[in-house]
Design a protein around this ligand. Sequence first.
Ligand code: 5RP
Length: 223
Amino acid sequence: MNQDELKRAVAAAARDYVAEHLPGGAIIGVGTGSTANCFIDELASLRGRIGGAVASSEATRARLEGHGIRVLPLNDVAEMPIYVDGADEITPGLAMIKGGGGALTREKIVAAVARTFVCVCDESKLVERLGRFPLPVEVIPMASAHVTRQLARLGGQPRLREGFVTDNGNLILDVAGLDIPDPAELEGRINQIVGVVTNGLFARRGADLLLLAGAGGVRAVTP
Ligand code: 5RP
């Protein structure tokens, strides 16, 4: 199977998981990216059984609405049993780097409300140690030079993502070369830099379940 086929296979597995575990009429959180897009296409078949969805980006909102799925503002939702999203890297302990699509802040907010975070990936995303994928950091525009200097002091090589503005009107610095022995510690440290909105380490609140697609099919991994 090529990577697109793996994404479609894991998206179908996530749909089956949702069909089995999401209570009828409940709200589901939906992530951003190409794997999440495959999941949205699958979710369309459950449209009549879910109460609606919360989107982690404008792109996801548009795709959900294109399938006739009702999209609710997060502030109107008190209970979200399941959030489904992809990742750029994920460890066997289910800590992740996310934000390749630049939606990390809204993804982290929606995930914080969800009871169960289901990550959907193909095997290329599974790593023993995070950090080969440059870490996305969302920054307030007027702070980008300051944050760049602070991230360099942590040993990284930050690069401004050219021509990209987040759904929140901010910038993304992609930080290569970081040594990440303790993802939860670094997640907190970077978030303490003034001007950082959030960073793409999802370790303090990692995934609860990984559906991982490989040549042998889709398997479930728990931390
Ligand atoms: C977007 C994300 C995505 O989940 C991540 O980039 C993976 O995307 P894809 O499924 O296209 O590989 O964090 O901000």
